[in-house]
Design a binder for this molecule. Structure first.
Ligand SMILES: Cc1cc2nc3c(=O)[nH]c(=O)nc-3n(C[C@H](O)[C@H](O)[C@H](O)COP(=O)(O)OP(=O)(O)OC[C@H]3O[C@@H](n4cnc5c(N)ncnc54)[C@H](O)[C@@H]3O)c2cc1C
Length: 517
């Protein structure tokens, strides 16, 4: 082992995989409960996850910052309604400092295996550098939006200019006066493209399908407002509650495509107002129901297309040469740089394909998820005891702050740990019937929503099943996560101490006592 290697202990009670907003929330709450024997394993060299990685120009949140922040921190001095990446990342760094979490994080280590030993009720978690650490609780907070999609376009690998994905922005590369192609029109592209449009000599925007974009109610908080929030924290809480409720109302059109169509009508007026050329207006107008794909917010996206140096290309890409892009009509456009605003591999079967995750005998996660990722409450998975996942399948949102969901799930994990303690059990594993019934309910709830109205989106796996979104109010999710329905789990006591001696050295001396509830 080199001196540079971050060393892992042989045992810790809980391992949190990932130090983004999810993993950090879990860590803070474990600490608060006095469960201090945990570490976070983070493959990056800094905390922050999404906000560490997405530093492209214009990167910002589309949930209001007073809501897109933990309920238990009191950040009163947000500068703007929607924080930019650096303000959010600073907030995360400040929070890590406030809760003294840095010593708990093991950086630059990528977890690539986790194997459960049912005889000892222990997970053995492995990292790509060949280290192993045993733990009782394995909490996956890996996020689902961090493996960049590199599109399979003929010739991309032969391009001689600069290629970068939006989540791997090279700030040393100067785009000034360059001919730039931007591929994709999703959440990241609509943020960075308007920011670079003025400085590049030419910006070609390749659009596969138009996005619904609505106005961004952007504003700076005045000194007075900030001082009121500082002096009277309840005012900030009231404001936060107001933001929460107004966002929550947006769940309504999701369940009623007729109402969504009213949104679509208004969004079309927004395009007409901002784009001069009727032909362009048409190309920028989506041909699917409002809300079927993620609704984006920007005041800069549409006006950008009025600029002389910006061209919208909807003909698709045939191939990329050493210094140009040829569209499906045969038009060739020379470029110096290509920016991939092509999003992320969201399906865990894709981004976990090299991750060996084995639970109870016969359970291998990639096998169990062959037909699609499923869990119970987006959190526990049948066959994987004492394993929890934050923002797992069907726990992402289209209308409110994901931090609300994360906090609900963190609470749930703590409830599980407490239930195990109370019952003096070694591990709990969700029952198949409970998980199946839950997923049936989720899929039934999804029927008739705008997400099922016929478009293709990253919310769906290849066969069209939506495995990403929570199909109800966040309040419903919160209620479900308040307490553990103990009948939904099997509880097992193992009479072997789990003090973390290395797996291979330890004799198997167990008696297993499954308990029916
Ligand atoms: C550009 C962008 C904008 C977004 N805007 C919004 C928004 O406006 N509102 C909203 O609600 N959500 C938004 N999101 C979603 C965002 O991902 C979540 O809000 C939130 O940041 C997720 O936090 P997380 O901790 O679950 O995941 P992440 O922030 O992705 O953190 C996961 C961490 O786990 C680490 N990790 C992953 N795998 C491993 C491994 N095998 N070993 C070790 N470490 C690992 C990663 O390096 C990362 O640091 C956005 C996402 C992106 C990409």
């Amino acid at each position: 082992m080199s001196n540079q290697q971050t060393l892992l202990p042989s045992y810790t009670d809980s391992i949190i995989l990932g130090a983004g907003l999810g993993g950090l929330a879990m860590a803070i709450k474990l600490q608060e409960k006095g469960r201090n024997d945990f570490i976070l394993i983070e493959k990056g060299n800094e905390v922050g996850g999404t906000w560490r990685d997405n530093s492209y120009p214009g990167s910002a949140c589309d949930v209001q910052s007073h809501l897109y922040s933990y309920s238990f921190t009191n950040k009163w001095d947000w500068q703007k309604r929607y924080g930019g990446w650096s303000e959010i990342q600073d907030y995360i760094l400040d929070t890590v400092k406030e809760y003294d979490l840095r010593p708990k994080v093991r950086f630059n280590l990528e977890v690539n295996s986790a194997v459960f030993d049912k005889d000892r009720a222990l997970w053995t978690v492995g990292t790509t550098d060949g280290q192993y650490v045993n733990c009782r609780f394995f909490i996956i907070a890996s996020g689902s939006l961090h493996h960049p999609v590199i599109p399979d376009i003929k010739g991309l690998d032969t391009f001689k200019g600069k290629v970068m994905h939006s989540a791997r922005w090279d700030h040393d590369y100067d785009l000034t006066n360059k001919r730039v192609a931007s591929i994709g029109t999703g959440g990241s592209a609509i943020q960075y493209a308007p920011e670079i449009a003025d400085s590049v000599s030419q910006l070609d925007v390749y659009q596969r399908s138009a996005a619904w974009v609505i106005p961004r109610d952007e504003r700076h908080y005045s000194k007075f407002t900030k001082s009121m929030f500082r002096r009277f924290p309840f005012l900030r809480r009231l404001y936060r509650a107001r933001l929460y409720l107004t966002n929550e109302i947006r769940v309504w059109p999701i369940f009623n495509p007729k109402i969504a169509n009213i949104g679509g009508y208004l969004a079309k007026q927004f395009i007409k107002l901002q784009v001069k050329d009727p032909e362009l207006q048409k190309k920028l107008t989506p041909d699917y129901t409002f809300g079927c794909k993620r609704i984006l917010i920007s005041n800069k996206w549409f006006p950008m297309f009025n600029k002389k140096n910006v061209e919208l290309i909807t003909e698709g890409i045939k191939e990329i040469t050493e210094n140009s892009i040829i569209d499906n009509q045969g038009n060739e456009r020379p470029v110096d740089a290509i920016i991939l605003g092509t999003g992320f591999v969201v399906d865990p079967r894709g981004y976990m394909k090299n991750f060996n995750l084995q639970g109870l005998p016969g359970h291998n996660l990639l096998q169990d998820w062959k037909e699609g990722a499923e869990s119970y409450l987006g959190n526990t998975v049948y066959g994987y005891p004492n394993m929890f996942q934050l923002v797992g399948p069907n726990a992402l949102l289209g209308h409110n702050s994901i931090i609300f969901m994360i906090e609900a799930q963190v609470h749930y994990v703590l409830q599980c740990m407490q239930a195990l303690d109370k019952r003096n059990m070694s591990y709990m594993t969700v029952k198949k019937e409970a998980q199946d019934a839950y997923n049936l309910e989720v899929q039934e709830r999804l029927q008739g929503t705008v997400w099922e109205s016929g478009c293709r989106s990253w919310y769906q796996q290849a066969d069209g099943k939506n495995f990403v979104l929570w199909p109800a109010t966040t309040l419903t999710f919160w209620k479900r996560n308040r307490s553990v329905v103990e009948e939904h789990y099997d509880w097992v006591r193992v009479n072997a101490s789990s003090n973390g001696e290395p797996l291979q050295d330890r004799p198997k001396m167990t008696t297993e006592e499954p308990t029916a509830v």
